[in-house]
Design a protein around this ligand. Sequence first.
Ligand code: 5RP
Length: 221
Amino acid sequence: LHAVPGESPTDTEKRVAAEAAAQLVEDGMAVGLGTGSTVAFLLPALASRGLRIDCVATSPATERQARELGIAVGPFEGVERLDIAIDGADQVAPDGWLIKGGGGAHFREKIVAAAADRFVVIVDSAKPVDALSPPVPLELAKFGLAATLRELGDVELRDAPQSPDGGVIADYGGPVDPPGDLAARLASTPGVVEHGLFPPALVGDVLVGRGEVADPLGLAR
Ligand code: 5RP
């Protein structure tokens, strides 16, 4: 690991976590690529390894960056499973619950994480928290949007174009704890296409950049 001149301390942490995760990828693997500024450090680290891998991307931005770096990205429609998926997170609770979707890509990110034998989360040291707190990103169906918002209560629509899958990106601002209860409520609310609470059962490893070193986070689960 080497310092990059002019890089912010947070970016260094993102980069070292991303570089450690890139080392987990092996020749011939099917790989899910997440979305966000931490994943933006993963892609060059992965490209520089020169592996023969087949990737699926969780957003047009990731797909574009990966292709520019010469990483093979294909459609996800015909792929049954992935060997590994690597993605960032907005918050990581001590028991392994995550909040994701700061970039509005949580719908695709959750499908990709669920399809992977190993889901590796890469974060800087600000992301592990004692308890999850709002907002929780949502993707909502456009159809019946006003009624869904009324049912959910404390939700703010993002000032962003709709998701690549046609959904409306929003943030739930109510209490999150316990996350399992909120996840169940959101999942059972018609009109909620997906929410950004990821359960511990999905999470394989969490790699945290601290200073210039990436450490695995021990999860209390
Ligand atoms: C995008 C995500 C990101 O992984 C999450 O927001 C973390 O982003 P960053 O790596 O930029 O801090 O869930 O939908």
